[in-house]
Design a protein around this ligand. Sequence first.
Ligand SMILES: O=C(O)CCC(=O)C(=O)O
Ligand SMILES: [Fe+2]
Length: 268
Amino acid sequence: MGMTDEEKFRFDLNGYLLREAILTPDEIAEIKDQVERMQRDPQSLEPHERAVPGGASQLLIDHPKVIEVLHEIIGPQVRLEGAFSMVREQGERHGDLHGGGPQQIDPIFGYRVQNGRIHAGMVRVAFELTDIEEKDGATVFIPGSHKANFPMHPDHMSLEEGQRSPFLRGYSCPAGSALFFTENLCHAGPVWQRETPRVAVFFAYAHLATHWHRLTLAPEIIAGLSRERQAYFREPWIADFRTNPATSNTIERFLEKDEAPINTEHQP
Ligand SMILES: O=C(O)CCC(=O)C(=O)O
Ligand SMILES: [Fe+2]
């Protein structure tokens, strides 16, 4: 159980890590069906299933093979702070290379290692729901750029065929794999090359004390989650000093107190 030393070494060295085939064929099929219907025929889904991480996709929130990695690279208390799904058709892309170099998105969301522990600010997890070949054009990275000391050099920023950095790396994996990367790593979603779409779910996790994305999920999505999964949307705070000793904002407390998750109802 847990992340192996080799995985820690690899994540620190590269800024990303692939865990292959962590989902069962049934889980893949159900979540893929949900994501495709969200796009094609949302009315065929219940309101609480019309966005991730609701419906079938909710099992991804606290998948043990994901949580055990997040506890090593973020910390023992994490929140889920953003989610989106993708059906990327041939010719579509997310955009150019971004991130990397000393200019981290903000120091509190930066990447560092202290006393033998990784502290990654914000971590994306991409759940691939189709088989991926490197040439298909899934997410690409400049390994190591999350801790580069010089700004990303323009010679290494092209996604054009023949002009790509020799350091640029993609990945191949079976459907049901999870890809972890620190948002400080230089990465891109290049043009998708395959005839059949890339179907994937992307989550952003962060330390319990921080929040980068304002939560925009519809209240019914969160209301439709199990209590254990709503806990990943609890309020972002660490300690309540009205008690002695201070009360910790743990998942156990959230469940015990029957507390409401963060309120998205009245956000303008
Ligand atoms: O579309 C992709 O493959 C990458 C998406 C991306 O840049 C991100 O999620 O931060
Ligand atoms: Fe990105």
